[in-house]
Design a binder for this molecule. Structure first.
Ligand code: PHE
Length: 340
């Protein structure tokens, strides 16, 4: 019997010698300790052992069984440990590796100018109101003192969606919508996209405007001029001058066009200002009595001024961009230059 035991011990040692995985270790373990394993078989044979030898034999077998179990469990621990280490090694992350950089975005020059304008005018007490891009004829034209067949409708080549609906040609439509609901005194700023059937180096079928409207008692053209001087200095620099030129818009009377001194040549005359020393930046004027009337505001008590500027135009001047198409192409080589 002792020989058998020695033989089994030898076999156990032999068969686990090269085991590296816990799975094959488990299989080998079954061969010895499983129900039909070698050690279990030996134990079953105890029946044939004479009773007086059983206690000592039993002791030996139990010792063998215990030895084998311990052998397997310590091996199991070792192998599991090695396997875990291997797994960690494979899944290792090198935290010192430089990360892939996500491309960094930048605000579009239009957005920068829009935000700057909003911040300048909010500082002067303006509220922001945005009207719809699809307007009806009434808000875009008729209420702005431009009835059907008025020749001034030709000033703005319009995209009509139906007899009555159109893509708004000017943010001035927002003036009416705002005044219908708010009574003076009021100060409102209305940014947004506008559409005109127009396309060349300085015009695009879609562009953005910033509208301003102030209505109160005793508002004059001087207030408009003073406020625009302040705005021009803030956006283009303190050395900038402004001037008003007579113009025509159906919804303002008198109407003006506002020029700023050319930032490129300081007013001497250059290619940018076409030799005049001045650059036109916006249209403005005193709100026409007819417009106040249709909004239910008494023009004998209140007066107001309005102005409207092209945001792209301001961006082109401010950042020296010489073709409007650059503002619509989304070329990242241009946009990257505006990273804060
Ligand atoms: N709406 C005019 C335009 O688009 C600009 C303007 C606004 C003029 C407000 C006067 C007053 O050309």
């Amino acid at each position: 019997m002792q020989d058998k035991i020695n033989e089994i011990e030898r076999q156990v040692d032999e068969s686990v010698k090269d085991v590296t995985s816990s799975k094959s270790l488990q299989e080998i373990k079954l061969k010895f300790l499983g129900k039909t394993g070698k050690i279990s078989e030996l134990m079953k044979n105890m029946r044939d052992v004479p009773p007086e030898q059983r206690p000592s034999m039993g002791k030996l077998l139990n010792a063998l069984r215990q030895w084998t179990e311990e052998k397997f469990s310590s091996l199991e621990a070792l192998i599991k440990d090695a396997e875990l280490k291997k797994k960690y090694e494979i899944e290792k992350i090198d935290v010192t590796l430089p990360a892939k950089r996500a491309p960094e975005g930048a605000y579009h020059p239009n957005t920068l100018v829009r935000n700057e304008l909003i911040s300048i005018f909010s500082g002067m007490g303006f509220e922001v109101f945005e009207g719809p891009e699809i307007e009806n004829d009434y808000y875009n034209f008729t209420a702005l003192n431009t009835p059907a067949d008025h020749p001034a409708r030709d000033m703005q080549d319009t995209f009509y969606l139906s007899q009555d609906l159109l893509l708004r040609t000017q943010t001035s439509a927002g003036q009416i919508r705002y005044m219908e609901n708010k009574k003076p005194p009021l100060k409102v700023l209305s940014p947004g996209k506008v559409y005109r059937s127009d396309d060349d180096a300085t015009h695009s079928p879609m562009f953005s405007q910033m509208e301003g409207l102030v209505v109160d008692k005793g508002i004059t053209l001087c207030d408009l001029k003073g406020m625009l001087d302040e705005f021009a200095k803030k956006i283009f620099g303190t050395e900038i001058k402004t001037r008003l030129r007579p113009s025509y818009f159906p919804f303002t009377e008198p109407s003006v066009e506002v020029d700023v001194s050319c930032s490129e040549c300081g007013g001497k005359g250059c290619r940018l200002c076409k030799g005049t020393g001045w650059i036109e930046v916006l249209g403005a004027g005193m709100v026409n009595r007819r417009v106040l009337e249709v909004c239910g505001v008494d023009p004998d008590i209140y007066s107001g001024f309005a102005f409207g500027m092209g945001i792209e135009r301001i961006a082109m001047l401010k950042y020296g961009i010489n073709n409007m198409k650059f503002l619509f192409e989304g070329d990242t080589r241009l946009l990257k230059q505006f990273k804060a």
